[in-house]
Ligand binder design. Structure first.
Ligand code: 13P
Length: 252
């Protein structure tokens, strides 16, 4: 049985003070969290240390939104997995479509970042997803398959075991238009079949697959009740503690 995970991606929102207010509110709400659901928040780098510290005694996990693949060196502005590890960070979002779109992150970068995260025992959340144009041209499955193959190149099955996949169709991110639960589940099933083809069906069965893209309290129940969706990667709705809490409650 795969455990559900509800992850909040705060993106470039919340300064340190705002982050701490949200973290403290989540901490209070977390006293009622169900142990069957894992909860993760990914604040911006500037708030990471403070939020991780504030949530240390809660059950809420804290992750980063990105990292570079080198351990250290002359890479101005970048953060390494070694640095995240030293802060006690156990999760990192890799290859979010906003990074691919605005910061030219390639599948090759994503592959290197996955390997680097795994080297430091940080659980990567690999984001994949097609554009609206690709879906209209009925290429969504091919796009997902290529992203999965390239991201996982030369990663052994004992490591794939530790990766979480987030299917986030780009047309659904921040648009208010979520994929229907059927569309989301179909893509999660397809993603699982890709893993089965590359590795094995038992590994595919174990893989945690999240859906992301305009998840809100109003649509979470249906999305999270799908057979192959093991949780959600929530953007905007994770910035409001009460709404995020409602989504978590639908994940039981
Ligand atoms: P929204 O929930 O704001 O659409 O963002 C989804 C997302 O990109 C999570 O990583």
């Amino acid at each position: 049985m795969r455990k559900k995970l509800i992850a909040g991606n705060w993106k470039m929102n919340n300064d340190v003070a705002e982050s701490l207010i949200l973290a403290e509110r989540l901490k209070v709400l977390s006293e009622e969290f169900d142990e069957r659901v894992d909860v993760l928040v990914c604040p911006p780098f500037t708030s990471l240390y403070a939020v991780n510290d504030a949530l240390r005694t809660s059950g809420i996990k804290v992750g980063a939104q990105n990292m570079y693949f080198q351990d250290n060196g002359a890479y101005t502005g970048e953060i390494s997995p070694k640095m995240l590890k030293s802060m006690g960070i156990k999760y990192v979002i890799i290859g979010h479509s906003e990074r691919r779109q605005y910061f030219n992150e390639t599948d090759e970068d994503v592959n290197k970042k996955l390997k680097a995260a795994l080297k430091y025992s940080i659980i990567p959340i690999l984001c994949i997803g097609e554009t609206l144009k690709e879906r209209e041209e009925k290429k969504e499955k091919q796009v997902i398959k290529n992203q999965v193959i390239r991201a996982l190149e030369n990663i052994k099955s004992s490591d794939v075991d530790k990766i979480i996949v987030a299917y986030e169709p780009i047309w659904a991110i921040g648009t208010g238009i979520n994929a229907t639960s059927m569309q989301a589940n179909e893509m999660a099933i397809y993603c699982r079949s890709c893993i089965s083809e590359i590795y094995s069906s038992s590994l595919a069965d174990k893989l945690t697959i999240l859906y992301g893209g305009s998840v809100k309290a109003g649509n979470a129940k249906e999305i999270l009740s799908q057979s192959d969706i093991d949780g959600a990667l929530v953007g905007g709705a994770s910035l409001k503690a009460e709404e995020f809490f409602k989504i978590i409650n639908f994940a039981k």
